[in-house]
Design a protein around this ligand. Structure first.
Ligand SMILES: Nc1nc2c(ncn2[C@@H]2O[C@H](COP(=O)(O)OP(=O)(O)OP(=O)(O)O)[C@@H](O)[C@H]2O)c(=O)[nH]1
Ligand SMILES: [Zn+2]
Length: 191
């Protein structure tokens, strides 16, 4: 952690201390003394994606590959924060692509998911940012991303729908043109 990171975290902690007072707490009581700093470190960590470069992650591990069949990494768990309420939404993402002479290191797909998830987000944008990045930075014939998540802003407050989940998709290239390949992806991520 750099000096700049520490400076920002300490400033955020000061704001959390004020929030604790405003909600009727005593930030000086024993259990809360370190809470502003802990909370500041947590929010800084949860939003680490702002300080990462997704293009760099996507181009770090590209290898030769002459196959042209779909590659899928599914059940990539993620945690993000909804930009409207700053409350968590979390679930799983599946990423698929059709190679065009190259393949990407599998872990990089999960790292790209984390890079965009660890920001203030809406689920639709999270899904489309992953799709767009891979479409432009990895040689491919098509990219598809499916995301299923539960939003705490719909469960622990507001409309309070405990079982609701939200599903979002985005796709490019052959997945747009070819319904069969899109449904192949869907059946493979369900199996
Ligand atoms: N499309 C979309 N909406 C989201 C997402 N996360 C939260 N929301 C919605 O953002 C909306 C904000 O609506 P507002 O009416 O401004 O806020 P609110 O009064 O807190 O709304 P309620 O949640 O209905 O109580 C709500 O409908 C949330 O469900 C997301 O990822 N995508
Ligand atoms: Zn919300």
């Amino acid at each position: 952690m750099t000096n700049q990171d520490e400076k920002i975290i300490s400033e955020i902690a000061g704001h959390y201390r004020e929030i604790l007072k405003l909600i009727g707490e005593n930030p000086d009581r024993e259990g809360l003394q370190k809470t502003p700093l802990r909370a500041a470190k947590a929010i800084y960590d949860i939003t680490a994606g702002y300080r990462q470069n997704p293009d760099k992650i996507a181009t770090q591990a590209i290898f030769e590959h002459d196959g042209s069949r779909i590659v899928i990494v599914k059940d990539i768990e993620f945690y993000s924060m909804c930009e409207h309420h700053i409350l968590p939404f979390f679930g799983k993402i599946a990423v698929g692509y059709i190679p065009k002479g190259k393949m990407i290191g599998l872990s990089k797909l999960a790292r790209i998911v984390d890079c965009y998830a660890r920001r203030l987000q809406v689920q639709e944008r999270l899904t489309s940012q992953i799709c767009k990045l891979l479409t432009t930075s990895l040689p491919n014939e098509g990219v598809i991303v499916a995301c299923e998540a539960g939003h705490l802003c719909m469960k622990m407050r507001g409309v309070e729908k405990q079982e609701s989940t939200t599903v979002t998709f985005d796709y490019s290239g052959k997945f747009v043109e070819d319904y069969n390949i899109r449904s192949e992806f869907l059946s493979l991520i369900k199996s």
